[in-house]
Design a protein around this ligand. Sequence first.
Ligand code: KIV
Ligand code: ZN
Length: 516
Amino acid sequence: MSRIKIFDTTLRDGEQSPGVNLNQLEKLEIAKQLERFGVDRMEAGFPASSKGDFQAVKAIADTIKNTSVTALARTVKSDVDTAWEALKGAEHPSIHLFLATSPIHMTYKLKKTPEQVMNTAVEMVTYAKTKFHDVQWSAEDASRSDLDFLAQIIERVINAGATVINLPDTVGYTTPAEYGRMFQYIKETVPNIDQAHLSCHCHNDLGMAVANSLAAVENGATQIEGTINGIGERAGNASLEEIAVALKVRSDFYPYTTGLQLEETKRTSDLVAKLTGMYVQANKAVVGRNAFAHESGIHQDGVLKHASTYEIMTPEIVGVKANNLVLGKHSGRHAFKDKVKELGMELSEEKLKSAFDAFKQLTDHKKEVTDDDLFTILMEVQTDTTSVNKYQLEMFQVQYGTANIPTAAVVLQTPDGRTVQTACTGQGSVEAVYRTLDELISENLKLIDYQLSSVGGGKDALAESHVQLEVNGQAVNGRGTAQDVIEASANAFLNAVNRYIVRQHSQESNVVASET
Ligand code: KIV
Ligand code: ZN
């Protein structure tokens, strides 16, 4: 069995998904969970792309100890310098340089000749090597590149010091046989290829990202790149959890191991879904709600007689527990603390206290508090920035009936400490609340997307809402939970506005810090 490295790019390529914008605390939570999941390398962001990205990469690099932290950079000196500034505190820093090699990209996007591309790649790998021991170079759009040119440029960048060569299927165009052949060709043709790891990076435009990644491994790739839940640009990236479980379940066919802790799979998937607002479809392989459910009578009968008739793996393999009933009304602080630990979370004393208070409030209305409920509460508390004054919902009231006009009255506390109130009507209760909030909030607001779901099952399940707003022209997401759907919706709306305020605040403090 040979060991395949897992390179996670949820926080970089995954964060490029339309509608996803994670704040620094959320990125840190995901990074910590990826470390627990056991990925070999995590791509924390693209530091030269924005101040926010720079800070998030730096925070992750300064926190994560057991996983190599990498960052994306274009083949320009200033990107390499910025990446080094963000990553230099990491235990195992590395850089990921990329430059397109396909005729389409070189001609129309870069407007460079193949020779210029070759020289730039070699020059920047050489420069990156003066700062980083580990340098990954990606031939963007490799799958549509000329194979001879690809082989030549790879040989040159390895001579310049690249330690990993990544061959992405940037536009999700290739097929498993074709992609596999490209790896085989590079392995057979590039004389110094044994001095670097070969990596695959697949997009899912034709639904073949996982199959393509596995074909690459069969043909010599020793690193697989992907994201949790397959999130990413357009149709997304290869789903790491699907690849990991395929390698495990079909270890009779694939003689490879990974360092992943598979029992952390479901938790990692849930966390990414919750924080990004990109929920996985019920029938998604490995982590979907129905992935282990048997509906047809014939299947149920078979499973009862012998599980292996229709089950190729158990839910436990990915950390799905059969019984996740946990705490209730009478559970004390001690049991609560133990459960937090069991869920793999580390909270400061102050946040632990807020989470315990929220849990106690929930038990007033909900008899059985599940792991999912607790996880939701803990995430809310953990990713809340308490040091900035924000809008607070003091109270709201909605009148709704099929025979009257939905009307909402809201009392809010503003960030400067004033109490404001008003009432508005709408076509439905949520619209009435949103129009009222809009009236009370001074920022310019536009609702782009709205989602509502339940945390687990049962009539008393928590409601969870995700919204995307444009606040003063900037896209920002919000998340809210409550026992009531309208309250959850109001919380999500306010959460988005407050995230905008926190973001503005941190940008202002950066300006002050850089001016002083
Ligand atoms: O898909 C791609 O080509 C990329 C590169 C930046 C590696 O994400
Ligand atoms: Zn990509």
